[in-house]
Design a binder for this molecule. Sequence first.
Ligand SMILES: [Zn+2]
Length: 127
Amino acid sequence: MTKTICSACNAELEAESKFCPDCGTPNASPKVPPAPVAVTAAENVAKPAQNNSQLSVLGYVLTMLALSLPIIGIILAFVWAFGAKTNLARKNFCRAVLILSGMFLLITIVGVVANYSALAELIGLLL
Ligand SMILES: [Zn+2]
């Protein structure tokens, strides 16, 4: 309990009290306990540490090399593209790679299906 001095009679009084117990003068500087700060649910949720730093040239080179690895590359692309703690530059790069890879895969499938008979004939000629 902290004490303060009455502005009228100089009596010692509790800092939290509103009036002086001796003379009844309102406490000039009542020490109001701080109201508990309402923490919203959004603020309360621990945000995953987002790494927004730049990716170096070496970082890009290593990322591209890692993504070019068979099987491991596609797993790393998904991990980096959707991982919570991935460097933002690497995350966006991996998302772009996944979008382009998906587009090329789709185009290839459509192309093979659309030209299946021609391809089968060509393979037949080669064999
Ligand atoms: Zn007083």
